[in-house]
Write a protein that binds this ligand. Structure first.
Ligand code: NAP
Length: 242
C-alpha cells in the first residue's frame, strides 16, 4: 500500500497537510519531535473523519534516529512503501546576524535542511524502485526574498529550494517529482509571537494565511494531476512577494 509521510505533521502546516492527505485516502505517517499530546490529537482528528494514520516520533535532524525509526517502520510494513513525502519540520531562532549564536545558526540549519537530506535519502530508493513518488518540501518566503533577523532561516530555506531543483532533475525519469512550497505568513504556533496587526498591513490580502491554504496545494502536488510538475517553487503568500 502507498503511504504518505509528513515530517512535523503534528501541528500547524504539517498537521493540515496530514489531514488533507488522509482525506485524499492515503494512510499517513505523522512524524514529530516531542509534543506527544499534539500528535495524539492530530491522530484522533484524522481517525474521526475516517482517515488512517500512525505516529512516528523522532528528530529529523538526527541521522541515527531517522535511520532507526524508518527501519522499524519498514519492518512493520513489509508490503507498504512511502510514495508521498512532505518535508515540513522546521524551526525559527531569529536574531540579528551580529548577535547570532552558533547554536542558533546550527539548530535552524539542521532541522529543515539536514532533516530534508536524512529523510529523503532514506525514502527515495523505494520511490525510484516503484517509479512513483512525490516529494514536497516546505520552504518559505524567507528563502526566496530573505528576511532581516533570519539569516539562519533564510539560508536553510534557500538551500532547500536549491536541493529541490537539483533532485527534481535527478529523479524525473523515474516518475518521482520534487517541488517546494514557499508560504508567506501562516497562522501557526511558529508565528504566534509575531505582531500580526503590523505585519498584515504588508500583505496585499490583508491577513495571515491558514495552514489549510498551504495544505490544499500540497494535496494537489501529491496527486496524479500534478505528474508533470517538478522542480518548481510555488508561493502561498497572499500576494506579499512574487
Ligand atoms: P509549527 O507550528 O511550529 O510546527 C512545527 C512542527 O514541526 C511540529 O509538529 C514539531 O513537532 C515539528 N518539528 C520541529 N522540529 C522537528 C524535528 N527536529 N524533528 C521532527 N519534527 C520536528 O510550525 P509551522 O508554522 O507549521 O511550520 C511548518 C513548516 O512551514 C516549517 O518548515 C516552517 O519553517 C515552514 N513555514 C512556516 C511559515 C509560517 O508562517 N508558519 C511560513 C513559511 C514557512 P513537536 O510539536 O513535537 O515539536
Amino acid at each position: 500500500m502507498r503511504y504518505a509521510f509528513v515530517t512535523g505533521g503534528s501541528r500547524g502546516i504539517g498537521k493540515a497537510i496530514a489531514v488533507k492527505l488522509a482525506k485524499m485516502g492515503l494512510p499517513v505517517v505523522i512524524n514529530y519531535r516531542s509534543n506527544d499530546d499534539a500528535a495524539q490529537s492530530t491522530l484522533s482528528e484524522i481517525e474521526a473523519v475516517g482517515g488512517k494514520a500512525e505516529l512516528l516520533r523522532f528528530d529529523v535532524s538526527d541521522p541515527q534516529a531517522t535511520e532507526e525509526a524508518l527501519s522499524v517502520w519498514e519492518e512493520k510494513h513489509p508490503d507498504d512503501y512511502i510514495s508521498v513525502l512532505v518535508n515540513n519540520a522546521g524551526i525559527r531562532r531569529d536574531n540579528l546576524m551580529i548577535f547570532m549564536q552558533n547554536e542558533e545558526w546550527d539548530d535552524v540549519l539542521k532541522t529543515p535542511l539536514n532533516g530534508f537530506f536524512y529523510v529523503t535519502r532514506r525514502l527515495l530508493k523505494n520511490m525510484l524502485t516503484h517509479r512513483d513518488g512525490r516529494i514536497i518540501n516546505i520552504a518559505s518566503l524567507s528563502g526566496i526574498k530573505g528576511l532581516p533577523g533570519q539569516t539562519n532561516y533564510s539560508a536553510a530555506k534557500a538551500a532547500v529550494i536549491g536541493a529541490t531543483k537539483a533532485l527534481a532533475q535527478e529523479v524525473a525519469k523515474r516518475k518521482v517529482t520534487v517541488n517546494a512550497i514557499a508560504p508567506g505568513f501562516i497562522a501557526t504556533d511558529m508565528t504566534k509571537d509575531l505582531d500580526e496587526t503590523e505585519l498584515k498591513k504588508l500583505i496585499p490580502m490583508g491577513r495571515f494565511g491558514k495552514p489549510e491554504e498551504v495544505a490544499s496545494l500540497a494535496g494537489f502536488l501529491a496527486s496524479d494531476e500534478a505528474a508533470y510538475i517538478t522542480g518548481q517553487v510555488v508561493q502561498v503568500n497572499g500576494g506579499l512577494y512574487t
